[in-house]
Design a protein around this ligand. Sequence first.
Ligand code: F6P
Length: 364
Amino acid sequence: MKRLLIATGGGDCPGLNAVIRAVVHRASQEKDWEVLGSIQAFNGVLWEPTEIVPLDNKAVSGIHFQGGTIIETTNKGGPFAWPVKNGDGTWTTVDRSDDMIRKLQYLNIDAVINIGGDGSQRISNKLYEKGLNIIGVPKTIDNDLSSTDSTFGFQTAVQVATEAVDKLVTTAASHNRVFFLEVMGRDAGWIALNAAVAGGAEVCLIPEIPYDINKVKEALEQRFHRDRGFAVVVVAEGAFPKGGMPVFEQPKEPGYENRMLGGIARKLMTDLKEKGFKPEMRETVLGHLQRGGVPVAYDRVLSAQFGVKAFEMVLNQEYGKMVAYRHPEFVAVPLSEAVAKPNLVSMNNALVKTALGLGICLGT
Ligand code: F6P
């Protein structure tokens, strides 16, 4: 029997389980492959004792509509930056990639499918360069990978954010208030922009377009006549003012390298108040509600297509590549190319033009 190992890395994302199920179902049609899962990304391989679980059709039964990942995930550490505690209590990281590859050989693993975002696929590429038979499957609710038309989880996040706008509109209108909805999007404003267009927001602020607070104030004031009116502002967590910085904390957890964003909605309220903006304001931070729970049908379908294609890439030994959706095909792109450039919103983007055409203020 040949052995395939699946790992899920980075932040969780609706549709991960649907990919796992699709890989297992497709593999079960070949008589000579068994599938295993590494618990918590590659930690399951690196831990002593290892934590690796068998994944057969029974194990993945009915998981396609479950959020999260049945084999768990992490966005800390990894084989190239394994956290180790020093004698004085501080933390450092060590490269355990050779150790991991040796362990995979010992476990008779013939191929690996790594499902994850840009950070995870950078790890995939480095492992491939070290000789590992690895294939990537892209995952990000932020939709910030340029090599694929879309990623699963994104439509679910947009749906959750849009439903939040819909709800806030009714309460904002009832109280004549301005609501600030803070959504995910560290560097890319796709969730915010889509939710603003779908939900009919008045203002949308994203990391790619630093905003002018005076323009935001002006746009909001236009919505109020004789002190009556309401507005909804959708703001990506990574948005920031012209000449300013995003609001973030640098977590101290060992191996966690990302900035923890959050607080831009509150900052906008404070800054507008200081500028004399009169209407009542409230904030809602949507956070991980955008990532948890049931994937929408579009994401389940995309996940199924990624999973089946990924296993077929294993059969064809197309290692060092990532599955990508390039409408209407599913193609294999080299991992090095897949992670070279992020997919960010540009002023020329069609959806930006639509938003401006609808009269949505982008803070400029
Ligand atoms: O990259 C996906 C994402 O959801 C970002 O939009 C967000 O900034 C980040 O992950 C949150 O990560 P964590 O789960 O570590 O808080």
